[in-house]
Ligand binder design. Sequence first.
Ligand code: SF4
Length: 293
Amino acid sequence: MFNEGSDFSCPDACERYGCKDPNLHVSISLLDLISISLSSGQKVSDLFEKSCKLGFDPLGEEDPWVGRISLEMQKPCPFLKEKLCSVYSGRPLACVLFPEYDAMVGRREVLAGKKFFQQYPCIQNPCTISPQRKEILTRLMEMSVNEHFLSDFYLFGVSPFLLDVKTISGEVLEGVSFSGEGKAPLPYGRLEDLLLQKMRAGGYLDEWRAKVKELDRSEGLDLLWQTKRVIDGMVGIGGEIEPQVAYQFDGNRLLPIRFCNASLKRGEDWIVRVRGQAEAARRFSPTSLSDSV
Ligand code: SF4
């Protein structure tokens, strides 16, 4: 289904910036890893170690200190061989959808105006998408949202896993030079390194690794599908959830905080859902994060 009705292909002239640029975040779910594992014969846990990182994706420009933690491809992507994707048939949904989905929803024109995308020919040049292909892209995007929900939930015990990093902002900004107006871009590379250090010291990384290792066994995969069925039955997933809980570091441990976002409308509803998720997580994938909600 991935390539059905599509005549899109990466232009030869492109240096594969999207697969190389560390500033372009490519999210990957555990389901994507399973797909690559099936098409390449490599273990899910090996793929996790060799090709993934934990990325911090800020929620918005207004508060760059609050972001979503999720699995991302390392950059340059280890699957890029010269100009070809070596796992093309099982590549992550994010790679399948880029840039066609952006073009379909009218975001390509906006991105084309940004300095960051000046060298991306696939963003600069319009592409034609048939109505049949649009339907497929819409279904793939729904699949992607659901798979990321499940992936975060299985791994972290909550979805989305939001982190407010203000309590470690001093460490992040150490040595950063500010402009005359007192501004400086957030050093995301350093922030992610620091988060990794703290998560390792807090024991979270070992916990998450152990869960991924389970996916090398058919019993582990069964557990993931069971978790999926529970989640599907519990919440209407698909971008409906607006978070009210985020985590902050207290030393190297993560503590839940109430996350205030002016755009929230459903009040306590989300808390109830998070508690429901935490219960399911306790049943199917115990984690210190869900235990503390
Ligand atoms: S998986 Fe393939 S398409 Fe996706 S970033 Fe890696 S090389 Fe590029």
